[in-house]
Design a protein. Structure first.
Length: 423
């Protein structure tokens, strides 16, 4: 017990050492997370309520991911030029514009345009966020910063999910003639207004880590692609995102169509399931300290696979939610460790561009997975995507181990020296 108390105190002491910029980013993430939790809970249901089917939803998901993937490299180069702080600000504004289009216009092709705009904004935020946190942390607190950032985002998402679960019913109680789709729209707009407050925190941050002289984009891309670490991060990203990308975007619709859950129950189920991911995010440094960053990522991802399968095969909603919680716990325990590791093995001067390339690989696969998942669900039901997603998750863990088992945890080079590509 004494050891646990000491570990908790040490954790708290490290968190207290976070820089001013880091604290402001955490505040912004908490506000953005509220909108994210609400959006991911309601938007898929909103699209179905408008009269579109799962196939269109899959196309929408695929196009969104493709837009983020295509935009990620230009976003990375832009962040290298304007700085991560400005990248975060610009990304937040662009995302807000895209989401506003998505929740106020009901024409299919306009929804697609809104999704693309929002995806570009999200790409800019994610590309800028990781190197900004790396530049505003130390070797001592970096892993903890990534873990706390993930935990805060999840906690805010829980609040957003609960808000999305109950508020539509409250709107309809106040205005009985209000349609279900209109109540969803009003809820999404309300949470979007909350997340807009994050701009105040982002404006107060100071720019750090921006080089005095910016190298030409062509040189940055060439250097990045010549890095063996970056190439392996891109390859493993394809596998890590495919298994979940095929089925995760459809979880809420799965609860409703397979288990007959109401909107309120979907909001509660999502909140209960995600709650345990906070423990996963905060526990990431503990797991990484015992298994190493690579070993911990592999173990967590491998253990997530059977629970994804059990979720899809569960005959009862409560069982599906329980297995969802365990699966998500494992994934969220691995994510901060993967982020920390990727920034450790990539040289600082190409972090933004490298992060954009790995983000692109994830979103290309998410787009493919979302499209394929939508087609499979529309044609064969939910069981097949759950089975395929579980198998691919196991393969992804193996590929990650093979790719990075020789890499040092705290350096830029693998333990076994690789031949460098000529530049």
């Amino acid at each position: 017990m004494t050891g646990v108390t000491h570990a908790v105190r040490e954790y708290i002491d490290i968190v207290r050492e976070f820089s001013r910029n880091a604290r402001l980013v955490l505040l912004a993430l908490s506000l953005i997370g509220i909108s994210y939790g609400s959006f991911t809970t309601l938007f898929n249901l909103y699209i179905i309520e408008l009269g579109f089917d799962e196939a269109f939803l899959g196309i929408l998901i695929g196009i969104s991911a493709a837009g983020a993937a295509i935009a990620s490299v230009p976003c990375g180069l832009l962040v290298d030029r304007i700085g991560a702080r400005r990248g975060l600000l610009l990304g937040t504004v662009v995302t807000a514009v895209g989401i506003l289009i998505e929740v106020t216009i009901t024409i299919g092709w306009v929804l697609v345009i809104g999704a693309i705009i929002a995806a570009v904004g999200v790409a800019l935020i994610f590309v800028a966020q990781v190197p900004f946190l790396a530049a505003n942390s130390t070797e001592r607190d970096r892993m903890h910063l990534y873990s706390v950032a993930a935990a805060i985002f999840v906690l805010a998402g829980i609040g957003g999910s609960l808000f999305a679960g109950f508020v539509p019913g409250w709107f309809r109680a106040l205005a009985p003639d209000l349609s279900v789709a209109a109540s969803y729209r009003a809820t999404l707009l309300a949470t979007g207004a909350m997340s807009a407050l994050s701009l105040f925190a982002l404006f107060r941050m100071r720019e750090t880590g921006r080089p005095e002289w910016v190298r030409p984009s062509r040189e940055v891309i060439r250097t990045t692609f010549h890095s063996p670490a970056v190439r392996r991060l891109i390859l493993t990203g394809l596998f890590l995102s495919l298994g979940g990308g095929m089925i995760v975007p459809f979880f809420n619709v799965f609860y409703q169509e397979v288990h007959g859950a109401s909107t309120e129950v979907v909001g509660v189920a999502r909140a209960v399931g995600i709650t345990v991911t906070v423990a996963g995010s905060l526990g990431a440094p503990w797991l990484g300290g015992r298994l190493g960053l690579v070993g911990a990522v592999v173990a967590a991802r491998l253990l997530s696979a059977p629970f994804l399968l059990l979720m899809g095969l569960s005959p009862f909603l409560v069982m599906a939610v329980g297995f969802f919680a365990i699966r998500t716990f494992m994934v969220y325990m691995s994510d901060p460790l993967h982020t920390d590791f990727s920034m450790r093995i990539v040289p600082p001067e190409i972090r933004a561009t490298a992060n954009s390339l790995t983000f692109m690989s994830w979103n290309v696969t998410l787009g493919i997975g979302g499209y394929v998942g939508g087609v499979l669900i529309a044609g064969y039901g939910y069981t097949l995507p759950f089975v395929l997603g579980s198998i691919i998750s196991v393969i992804a863990a193996g590929v990650y181990w093979i790719a990075f088992r020789d890499y040092q945890q705290d350096g830029y080079t693998p333990q076994r020296e690789e031949p460098q590509t000529a530049g």
